[in-house]
Write a protein that binds this ligand. Structure first.
Ligand SMILES: Cc1cc2nc3c(=O)[nH]c(=O)nc-3n(C[C@H](O)[C@H](O)[C@H](O)COP(=O)(O)OP(=O)(O)OC[C@H]3O[C@@H](n4cnc5c(N)ncnc54)[C@H](O)[C@@H]3O)c2cc1C
Length: 400
């Protein structure tokens, strides 16, 4: 049942905003979800949507374990398209101890995580080059989902529970006065709310700028390009196969369906290289990038020399300095009762169930110390106080 006179507006209909709207609706809140395009028309629609629990920070790992359970058992919400393939995380000798320690931590947290011998990779990829692998972790329950279906299911379920979904409506600014927060649409109309949540990814600072927030007060979120290259696999690799992470080559190889491989970067030089969000965002990956990444997979899986690149997708990462989200209230910016969940740094799809839960708990006034996940860890002032969200894998690539 929808409770009280609260009307919460969530701006952004990607995996984050739709999960927030769903979680708030489940908690009985009246919600309006707004997007200037359609649901999942932003970065969510371009996502590789890999679902893993292998993280090296205990809080993020707990959030990924929680989220994976929801995305892989999604029937009560809708359709997530989750495909269980397994995932292989090999590390070079230099990082064997760090990775082994991490596997122990993940097992203690309840992740289905094991250690395999490098030779076992050959049962999936017979010609794989494995000599530089010193330690290999395996996650049998991981895989990938369909990000567009997932976000649409969150939105539809929220609607079923009483939420209003407003698409094709661009928000020009968000402000707050004595009567509470309000937003102005691009067409000049205004909408009041009791609380507003920004789930606007790389466009968050843009919205803050138009809302009159000076540059020194905006959030430490920058945009960077992330391209994924799709190849038709040669017959030798046909079939359902685990995703192979390749930290020594700073890349990942997602085995999609029985015949497609998607290549992406784990290189901080690429993933965190800032670009102006107002510049023309290329639709396709630069040629040199395609060459580089096809070269990398051929080093690991030599039979890929016969693969056929057939498409590329380029989206944006909303990067923060420690590669983790900012989840906070924006009252220090003069925006009372306005909240943000952005800066997901290119790995936010799999964590969307946890983000939704966190923001719902925060808006429902649950004490952060007794909440499922303590969102104080994600506060924006961590970049001033130095309490960054730590990863053991900083030197290894953008695995976190
Ligand atoms: C190529 C690529 C591959 C990725 N692979 C993975 C992966 O394998 N696993 C993983 O976990 N994550 C992955 N990610 C990251 C993940 O997809 C994102 O972190 C996540 O989907 C972001 O969701 P979001 O809702 O925060 O943002 P978005 O999906 O970008 O949604 C933001 C929405 O806000 C709307 N909006 C913005 N400003 C306004 C405004 N003023 N008015 C109205 N609406 C507005 C936009 O239209 C947009 O729909 C990948 C990302 C990319 C780009």
């Amino acid at each position: 049942m929808i409770s009280g006179s609260e009307n919460i507006v969530v701006i952004g209909g990607g995996s984050t905003g739709t999960s927030i709207a769903y979680n708030l609706a489940v908690s009985g809140k009246k919600v309006s979800l707004i997007d200037r395009g359609t649901v999942a028309s932003g970065n969510t629609g371009k996502s590789s949507a890999l679902i893993r629990t292998h993280y090296s920070n205990p809080l993020i790992a707990s959030m990924s374990i929680y989220s994976q359970k929801i995305i892989s058992n999604f029937e009560s919400i809708g359709y997530s398209g989750f495909t269980k393939t397994g995932m292989i995380f090999p590390f070079s000798e230099k990082y064997s101890d760090v990775a082994a320690e991490n596997v122990r931590m993940l097992q203690e947290l309840g992740a289905n995580e094991s250690v395999i011998k490098a030779e076992e990779i050959k049962q999936y990829f017979p010609d794989s080059e494995i000599d530089d692998f010193g330690f290999v972790a395996f996650e049998p329950d991981s895989g990938y989902a369909d990000p567009v279906s997932t976000a649409n299911s969150f939105a539809s379920k929220a609607k079923e529970l009483g939420a209003e979904i407003l698409t094709g409506k661009a928000v020009e600014s968000v402000e707050s006065d004595g009567r509470g927060p309000f937003l102005k649409f691009k067409d000049g109309r205004m909408m009041r709310a009791t609380k507003i949540v920004l789930a606007t990814n790389v466009w968050t600072n843009d919205l803050l700028e138009r809302s009159g927030i000076s540059s020194n007060k905006r959030l430490p979120i920058s945009a960077s390009l992330h391209s994924v290259i799709y190849l038709k696999r040669p017959d030798v690799y046909r079939g359902i196969k685990p995703t192979l992470w390749d930290p020594p080559n700073l890349s990942y190889y997602k085995m999609e369906g029985e015949t497609v491989t998607a290549l992406g970067s784990l290189d901080p030089e690429i993933d965190a290289k800032p670009i102006d969000v107002h510049s023309v965002i290329p639709e396709t990956a630069p040629d040199e990038y395609v060459e580089d990444y096809v070269g990398k997979i051929m080093k690991r899986l030599p039979g890929m020399k016969d693969a056929v690149p057939y498409a590329t997708v380029t989206g944006l990462y909303d990067m923060t300095p420690d590669g983790q989200a900012i989840i906070d209230d924006l009252s220090p910016l003069g925006l009372d009762n306005v909240y943000v969940c952005a800066g997901l740094s290119g790995h936010g799809f799999k964590l969307s169930p946890a983000y939704g839960r966190i923001v719902s708990d925060m808006l429902n006034g649950i004490d952060p110390d007794s909440a499922k996940f303590n969102w104080k860890t994600f506060s924006a002032d961590r970049f001033k106080t130095g309490k960054l969200i730590k990863s053991r894998y900083d030197e290894i690539g953008t695995i976190y």
